[in-house]
Design a protein. Structure first.
Length: 439
């Protein structure tokens, strides 16, 4: 297909107006390289890297072209042929292999970051001028980082003293240990495995805890397998497909042993990656059936709360003016998992809330994993246009459903000088704040 319907949905095409910066243009470049008509030179790599991977082109395509799969295959080929400098190779190995897949190391990193934030070292670094050694966009991102945690959701839940019990089962990889949390009351609707994530569990621990709270209130038994690992999304986006497949197999074993009816995600990027394990492992006969079954069970937390759980019991509406909120779609939640209405339904179910729709809510905010670090100028350009529409909503809260989007919106609020008028919040945290039961 060469119709071009994808162009108006593409943020980088809208910013540059260049055919090569559109999905149609990038597919043409990929085909030219595959057919031997051009070399995969630096300019080719530049256009592949410039893609946000938001996949807004996929719902816009009348022929359902799987652009996301094409761009990841292109990046895998580029990574295989690239001779990275020793320092770049070391950094990729450190984060992709030594850090993200290991929950204990991520909690250690969270503890170190928490010490930096609470001990006064952060304040000293800012006052001393050391932060000026970093690029401006990294200084701005450091300023809006949430408070980190060394606990993770399992330890944080234990500190609340609420009901939970340990279970051990035998899976294909040996014994598997998991924390099981019963529903808050009434009959159990289903057994749900919580995907806690890697970055999510140390930078947004409270969001994971609130996810458990909401699922319990909705009648779910929540299971948290300790052997789960990173979803592999960042690996796949960086062309490290073999590593993404290895992580996928580990998660299949972890959640397969848990015997869950659903797998709950509260991060759009992670959920989309989990939802496509059947594609990621399509050539692996030993894992293909398990991957299809797993992908079928993956749900965003908003889907579970709206479609399968019992209604939440929100606190009574307070008197006075309504609380004005707007909603920014996570690209992968909307374009890959095809979840659009459920988060809005949840927001409108909270008493005293008025939802003002955001013009262009379906357009990428510019976060795209680590895109705001690797392509800061394009990321900022996309974000600044987004914030023009955000300001027009006159909202007090900008609600989103992905940690990367949440940080990006916090950055956008600061860049636009709107910090005193509004704040960005995860949907789960916003809904948990309005529950009758606070524990």
């Amino acid at each position: 297909m060469r119709c071009g319907f994808c162009q108006t949905a593409c943020p980088t095409f809208n910013e540059t107006g260049l055919e090569a910066a559109s999905p149609r243009g990038r597919i043409a470049l990929m085909k030219a390289v595959a057919d031997g008509f051009m070399e995969p030179d630096a300019r080719f790599k530049e256009q592949m890297d410039l893609c946000l991977g938001c996949r807004a082109c996929e719902p816009a395509c009348p022929s359902d072209v799987k652009y996301g799969q094409l761009i990841e295959q292109a990046r895998e080929s580029i990574a295989a042929e690239t001779d990275y400098a020793p320092n770049v190779k070391a950094i990729r190995t450190l984060f992709m292999e030594r850090l993200f897949p290991h929950h204990g190391r991520m909690r250690l990193l969270g503890g170190m970051l928490k010490l930096y934030q609470r001990s006064g070292m952060q304040k000293l670094a800012r006052m001393s001028g050391v932060m000026r050694l970093l690029p401006e966009h990294m200084r701005q991102m450091e300023a809006i980082l949430p408070e980190a945690s060394a606990d993770g959701v399992i330890r944080a839940w234990a500190k609340l003293g609420l009901p939970a019990a340990w279970e051990t089962t035998n899976g294909s990889g040996g014994s598997r240990r998991m924390l099981v949390i019963p529903p808050a009351g009434g009959a159990t609707r289903a057994r749900v495995g919580l995907f806690r994530g890697c970055i999510m569990d140390v930078l947004f621990t409270s969001t994971n805890v609130n996810t458990v709270r909401l699922l319990r209130e909705a009648g779910y038994e929540v299971v948290i397998p300790t052997s789960q690992t990173c979803c592999g999304a960042l690996h796949a986006h960086a062309g490290e497909t073999a590593s993404a497949r290895r992580l996928a197999r580990e998660n299949l074993d972890a959640f397969g042993a848990a015997g869950v009816d659903f797998v709950a995600s509260n991060a759009g990027g992670c959920g989309a990656s989990l939802k496509e394990y059947d594609h990621l492992l399509h050539g692996d006969e030993s894992a293909a059936d398990a991957a299809r079954d797993f992908a079928r069970k993956v749900r965003d937390v908003a889907e579970l709360l709206v479609e399968h759980g019992r209604p939440l019991l929100p606190a009574p509406e307070t008197t006075g003016a309504p609380l004005v909120v707007t909603y920014q779609d996570s690209c992968h939640l909307r374009n890959v998992m095809r979840v659009q209405q459920q988060p809005r339904t949840l927001l409108q179910s909270r008493p005293g809330v008025r939802l003002n729709e955001l013009q262009g809510a379906d357009r990428c905010c510019g976060s795209a994993g680590i895109y705001n670090l690797t392509q800061p100028q394009m990321s900022a350009d996309v974000l600044d246009h987004k914030m023009e529409h955000v300001e027009q909503t006159e909202a007090e809260y900008v609600v989103t459903t992905n940690p990367g989007c949440l940080l990006q919106m916090k950055w956008g609020i600061e860049r636009a000088g709107l910090g005193e008028r509004m704040k960005a919040v995860h949907l789960v945290d916003f809904m948990a704040e309005g529950l009758v039961r606070k524990s």
